[in-house]
Ligand binder design. Structure first.
Ligand SMILES: [Fe+2]
Ligand SMILES: [Fe+2]
Length: 295
């Protein structure tokens, strides 16, 4: 009964969000006016979001070194978006016309269309201004170890939600940062606009799946699920610390720098800030207790 109530709410949310997707539809291929170049002497990513901000390493960097780092970290961040989007599109594609989610199929079409466009404009940024996409070095996360379809789908939609909420923290920040070139602010603002719908959907989807799955798993599986999601949050954050970026920015010991940063308590505090909204949500629905996350 409880499950039906939650599932009905999901139906209502997806039909409202599908209408909003149609009303807010835009043509990304016409919307963005890409400049031939963006200023080399200005940051491309907000300094407060750079991977060494707030640490002893940050204080050692000159103004020029900080700006150079911001260029390559921007290329890394948008490249990471491309890789995350590809993962989540594959999972949604597998479910778009199955008997499990007939009422969500319509929304999945909007979701996939929008994510395809996001992947396009993020890759445009990387290729136009960085002349490359960084390779995807993240560990693959599968959901095949869970046999119950509700738990398996819960894992998949949690991953999508976590990825979208982490990215959205950075997008929201950069959409308002007047130090950044207009095209950078615009990309971030447009992505934030679409992602607010995806996050609204993701939260309702996760709530619905958790209501259906929570009775089907025992304590050991529940702990395994919490640990898996905790690792996914951490590894997604760690993708922001890319040794290839540090090498391109001229850092002499890129791997040493990554290790020093990941051991720095300032960075841990940043990780908690970036994930505050999604970890509050996962805690509130009794899926992942906030104090179980070690970031
Ligand atoms: Fe997106
Ligand atoms: Fe999204």
């Amino acid at each position: 009964m409880q499950d039906n109530v939650v599932a009905e709410r999901l139906d209502a949310v997806v039909s409202r969000l599908s209408e909003r997707a149609v009303d807010g539809y835009y043509n990304p291929y016409q919307l963005f006016k890409w400049p031939d170049s963006i200023p080399e002497d200005a940051p491309w990513m907000s300094e407060e979001l750079l991977s060494c901000y707030g640490t002893a390493i940050w204080k050692e960097l000159s103004a020029d070194e900080r700006i150079r780092l911001s260029h390559w970290e921007a290329v890394n961040f948008y490249g990471l978006n491309v890789h995350l989007i590809r993962d989540l599109m594959l999972e949604v594609l597998r479910r778009i016309h199955t008997s499990r989610y007939p009422s969500v199929s319509e929304f999945f079409h909007h979701f996939l269309g929008e994510e395809n466009e996001h992947m396009w404009f993020f890759a445009q940024f990387c290729n136009r201004y960085g002349h490359k996409l960084y390779e995807d070095k993240r560990l693959p996360f599968e959901a095949t170890e869970w046999s119950d379809p509700n738990v398996r789908d819960l894992v998949v939609f949690c991953r999508i939600l976590v990825a979208e909420e982490i990215v959205d923290f950075l997008n929201t920040w950069m959409s308002k940062d007047g130090n950044l070139p207009p095209i950078v602010r615009q990309i971030n603002a447009i992505h934030h606009q679409d992602e607010s719908r995806h996050i609204g959907f993701g939260r309702q989807m996760v709530t619905t799946l958790w209501a259906a799955a929570s009775d089907a798993i025992d304590d050991a599986q529940r702990e395994a699920l919490q640990s898996y999601l905790g690792r996914y949050v951490l590894f997604t954050l760690h993708a922001l610390y890319n040794p290839a970026v540090y090498r391109d920015a001229g850092v002499p010991d890129p791997y040493g720098m990554r290790s020093r940063l990941l051991a720095d308590p300032e960075r841990s505090a940043f990780h908690y800030r970036v994930t505050a909204k999604v970890s509050d949500f996962l805690d509130r629905i009794n899926l992942v207790p906030r104090d179980s996350l070690q970031l």
